[in-house]
Design a binder for this molecule. Sequence first.
Ligand code: UDX
Ligand code: ADP
Length: 474
Amino acid sequence: MEIKNICCIGAGYVGGPTMAVIADKCPDIKVNVVDLNEDRIQKWNDKNLDKLPIFEPGLAEIVLRCRGRNLHFSTIVNENIRNADLVFISVNTPTKKYGLGAGKASDLKWVEACARQVASNASGHTIVVEKSTLPVRTAEVIKDILEASQTFSSKGMQVNTFDVLSNPEFLSEGTAINDLLNPDRVLIGGDNQASIEALSDIYKSWVPSEKILKTNIWSSELAKLTANAFLAQRISSINAIGALCEATGADVREVSRAIGADSRIGSKFLDAGPGFGGSCFKKDILNLVYLCEYFGLEEVAKFWESVVTLNNWHQSRVAKLITKKLYGTISGKKIVILGFSFKSNTNDTRESAAIQICKDLLDEGAILLINDPKVNKEQITIDLGLAPETEINNLDSTINQKGCWLFVDDMNESFYNADAIVILTEWPEYKEIDWNLAESRMRKPAWIFDSRSLIDPENIRKNSFNFWRIGDGS
Ligand code: UDX
Ligand code: ADP
């Protein structure tokens, strides 16, 4: 079974970069990425590579090399499914907002719609690959739908057949291209050896064979949820210890270094921050919780749910302590927010800690001046559910009571009369801030809140700032 033609349904943060790398590494395979969202596809096809819908270091160069050669972005879904030997399902699977499992289970509406679309358009033998993070046993749903539509010739021979594989994506946003080029492992779950080998051959074009792990389909689905739950658990753990450091005089960076040197623990994912965000961690843990509850494993469900509970508490803790340090009231005070994406090097704001922290500060009546190098004003408006002010001069700090915000392109301009600067995303440009200039423009006493340990305290020692950083009790 040789794959010559791939169709990926969903041109998002997973589908886009993953297919770009496959097209780059496998020039003999035609890769069609399809999406219902015309605007998104138009952006993928824009001549101006700055307009790609996703910002990922290294992505634009690959798109430039492959687009129009063997990488195509379009809204033509049915025809591309028909021509494909292999279909990746890479659509959104948000947490359900209503009905059974609301707030925990994933909404499989989009996955189901895809499966039905594949069922009615595929021809010959088609391998269907789950790429989106999905609840365990979703493959069964996809299989059911596909099997119901398998067709037979007049002689009883099957002419339209399917195989379902699970191939979860482990890329991290911001380093997606590097993660795809040099993965720790590629995981393929399934029960048909020929299909597993066909998918594995694609990855073998650049991934060493020993890094391609093959499991049964349910293990593969569960491994993805478990990997994300373990990573998120480390962050909640270190954030919890950070709070204790602040209370006891310890320093969370020193604690991280000390425990990370233990090879059984390891040094990664031990940076205390404003709380984890991103589209996966919370959703995947809640999925795991739902699954445990479904199978009557209440204690296991509670154990994993506490990782999310702690993350929520931690985000509200950051907003509360900012208010407390500014004499318990921030109504009408100007606070500069540096960073809105959930981590650096991405324009993605899904579940970003900045959203809850900014909402809490707005509820207290603050005037927020928000800067982010890659997130635009429109996205922040959606996330905060509040339209921005347009003129910095309109922000009269004495009369505003409800809280408002303004997007600032030039952060230096936002420092005038600000009471505080809050660093929420670890963008490298925030390391280069001219602190003398900031100090000269801010109202005194001026505060810096560094939730990402981005600033070297030495750099501001000679200034008059009050300085708080995460997990620093010294
Ligand atoms: C995660 C997984 O890492 C990836 O394997 C999976 O495929 C998708 O989910 P992603 O959400 O893109 O990737 O980013 P990640 O680097 O894991 O960061 C998630 C959140 O944790 C971010 O908000 C980040 O700032 C935070 N984080 C990460 C910390 O607060 N401290 C750390 O030490 C590491
Ligand atoms: P992820 O981070 O998992 O990639 P995104 O939300 O960024 O998630 O991308 C998922 C994409 O899938 C969206 O662009 C959405 O328009 C697309 N999509 C959802 N359902 C379908 C469908 N039935 N056919 C084509 N595209 C779809």
